[in-house]
Design a protein around this ligand. Structure first.
Ligand code: 13P
Length: 251
């Protein structure tokens, strides 16, 4: 049985406090307890607490966009997974391609972050994805497989691990892979996960990269796509909810 879809909003470095709270206020009452999907929003770190207060009591979960590997200490500017758990986060994105590029995060670091997140009860959303040059060279499956092998801790399962496939060239560009290409990568991720966990079928594999209401039905219906990681369109409540409601119903 395929897992229940997860619709995740990555707000990146956008919004101000009022805008973040207004967005959360629009989402919280719109997702009923009977919704057929799970939802998480990942605000910028300074807004985790006020957004968490808005979401309190709603089924919409709070997530962060990154964490350090250590619990505490001399790491200026960083935020620990213990702190994220302390302010009510349930999820944390690790290894987003923007962090891999801007902060030179490699697979080993991403894996360490995912392990640290787990040790504090957070569910890591481990991101992978090929560049345009890698896709054009016919290396997409190989690159993504290697990233999964290197970035995903062993022994996790569907209750405590989420993976997101985000082709770098599809992020913020309005371009998306064909559904056949998405299907091929997600099937490959599932296969590679099987070497890491007996519950590979239970791990949710999200697609991310230019997901919008107009393409969500098609993308979310692809085999082995168990939800979406949404950037730009998650900043508009109407668009994000429309994407969430495009998820196939799975019980
Ligand atoms: P866009 O939806 O803006 O393409 O961003 C995708 C993304 O990077 C989500 O993590």
């Amino acid at each position: 049985m395929a897992p229940r879809p997860l619709i995740a909003g990555n707000w990146k470095m956008n919004l101000d406090r009022e805008g973040a709270c207004t967005l959360a206020r629009a989402l919280a009452p719109s997702v009923g307890a009977g919704a057929s999907f799970d939802m998480v929003v990942c605000p910028p770190a300074p807004y985790l607490i006020p957004v968490g207060e808005v979401l309190e009591g709603s089924p919409v979960c709070l997530g962060a966009q990154d964490c350090h590997t250590a619990d505490a200490g001399a790491h200026t500017g960083d935020v620990s997974p213990a702190m994220l758990a302390d302010v009510g986060c349930r999820y944390v994105i690790v290894g987003h391609s923007e962090r891999r590029a801007d902060h030179r995060e490699d697979d080993a670091m991403v894996r360490a972050k995912a392990e640290a997140a787990r040790s504090h009860g957070l569910i890591p959303i481990v991101c992978v994805g090929e560049t345009e040059a890698e896709r054009e060279a016919g290396r997409a499956l190989q690159v993504v497989g290697e990233q999964i092998a290197g970035s995903v801790p062993d022994g996790l399962d569907g209750t405590n691990l989420v993976v997101a496939y985000e082709p770098v060239w599809a992020i913020g560009t309005g371009r998306t892979p064909t559904v056949d290409d998405v299907a091929a990568v997600h099937a490959h991720i599932r296969d590679v996960l099987a070497a890491k966990t007996p519950d590979a079928m239970g791990v949710r594999i999200l697609y991310g990269g230019s997901v919008k209401p107009a393409n969500a039905v098609e993308l979310l219906a692809v085999a082995n796509v168990d939800g979406a990681l949404v950037g730009g369109a998650s900043l508009k409540a109407g668009d994000f909810l429309a994407i969430a409601r495009s998820a196939p119903v799975r019980h």
